[in-house]
Write a protein that binds this ligand. Structure first.
Ligand code: PLP
Length: 400
């Protein structure tokens, strides 16, 4: 058998892939599958953004761009950070990468050594621990409990920090729960971090605009300016501008870490597609119409989904304050038998049986390190969401 790199050994295949593969097979079989598994906006990129890309290509913006981003996009990013987050970043403190995901990869590769610890609030977006593990670091999880609205509590964070901690990841609004930390929560978190001056902070704010009912996302580097010199503020255009395929993410951070991340990126990709960068600049400088439309739509869908789920005896569901997911709890369903005869021992069993028997694809909480829950994406049509909730009700109603 062939030999692959040690850094890939023992990396689990994400449960999202398993669900997607099975959903595809069922659909090919003619089954009426509804997928609530994907974390991708069901909106189109604004036409003005597409036109900016077209124009850039025709204008000859088709050569190698600077590794860390085009000057035009970097200045649009500086304006965005100043406008939305009250954060001032110089050009040397800004870097453009292939999606927010490459920001994390660059930052971790530039700083982590085997044995280092990366603190990740759970439930978490799967990439933080997976990327940390690629560099030999050990993910350490902090539970964010449903009774705390899935917010990160300062005491819980303090309990897991050690001299080996190199990074603390913050992701609010959260994927998968939609939890948003209040400025007071963030102040308390900052106070804990002050006692660990060698710890880097990754603040993943990619869902910042998708907040509901007056919730306000908080940037830790703005709330605690004394921590800005060790914070990477991550953002991107994938979620706010429905631009997942363009692969543009970015970071603001201290110049020395940004320079180290530029070295990583220079050796990996030489930077980001020049045309996509022109599009991203147009998105950031453009009107916020699409963001407002998406917030209204996601907020409405989230409310109807949560209300439908709460009406099902056996499920609990917190009302998400941000992002576009719902994260219902299925604890009361475990240990029971489905109409199709499967016994539900875990949330993974629940998600698989729901897919096999009612053709609704979700992702089990175990994939996000926090069970027993399911993640449902509301980035799909109202009709499909209503149908999916009716099927979930029938599925749970059929448990014995
Ligand atoms: N951060 C979070 C929490 C996400 O959910 C995602 C995408 O799913 C990303 C970052 C990265 O998105 P992208 O690489 O498309 O910018």
């Amino acid at each position: 058998s062939r030999v692959f790199a040690k850094c890939l050994q023992g990396l689990p295949a994400p449960a999202t892939i398993e669900m997607a593969t099975r959903a595809r097979a069922l659909r090919a079989d003619g089954k009426p599958v509804i997928s609530l598994a994907l974390g991708e906006p069901d909106f189109a990129t604004p036409p003005a953004v597409v036109e900016a890309a077209h124009k850039a290509a025709l204008d000859g913006q088709t050569k190698y761009p600077p590794i860390d981003g085009t000057p035009a996009l970097k200045s649009a990013i500086a304006r965005k950070f100043a406008r939305d987050n009250a954060l001032d970043y110089a050009p040397s403190e800004i870097m453009v990468s292939n999606g927010g995901k490459q920001v994390i990869f660059n930052a971790f590769m530039a700083t982590l050594n085997p044995g280092d610890e990366v603190v990740v609030p759970a439930p978490y977006w799967v990439s933080y621990p997976l990327i940390a593990r690629m560099f030999g670091a050990k993910p350490v999880y902090v539970p964010c409990r449903e009774e705390d609205g899935f917010r990160l509590k300062a005491e819980a964070l303090a309990a897991v920090l050690t001299p080996a901690t190199r990074w603390v990841v913050l992701n609010f609004p959260s994927n998968p729960t939609g939890a948003v930390c209040t400025p007071e929560d963030m102040q308390a978190i900052a106070e804990v971090l002050r006692a660990y001056p060698d710890v880097w902070i990754l603040s993943d704010e990619i869902y910042e605009h998708l907040v509901f009912d007056g919730a306000q996302a908080a940037s830790i580097a703005a709330i605690a300016p004394d921590l800005k010199a060790r914070t990477i503020t991550l953002n991107g255009v994938s979620k706010a501008y429905a631009m997942t395929g363009w692969r543009v993410g970015f970071a603001g951070g201290p110049a020395d870490l940004i320079a180290a991340m530029r070295t990583v990126q220079g050796n990996a990709t030489s930077g980001v597609c020049s045309i996509a960068q022109a599009a991203a600049a147009a998105a950031l400088d453009g009107p916020p119409d699409l963001v407002h439309e998406m917030v209204a739509v996601y907020s409405r869908r989230r409310r109807s989904v949560v209300e439908a789920l709460r009406a099902i005896p056996g499920l609990t569901c917190a009302m998400p304050e941000g992002a576009f997911y719902a994260y219902p709890g299925v604890a009361a369903c475990l240990g029971r038998r489905t109409a199709g005869g499967s016994v539900l021992d875990t949330d993974h069993d629940f998600a698989m049986a729901l897919l096999e028997e009612e053709f609704v694809a979700t992702v089990p909480g175990s994939a996000f390190g926090y069970s027993p829950y399911l993640r449902l994406s509301c980035a799909t049509s109202d009709a499909d969401l209503a149908d999916a909730c009716a099927r979930i009700a029938r599925f749970v109603g059929g448990l014995r």
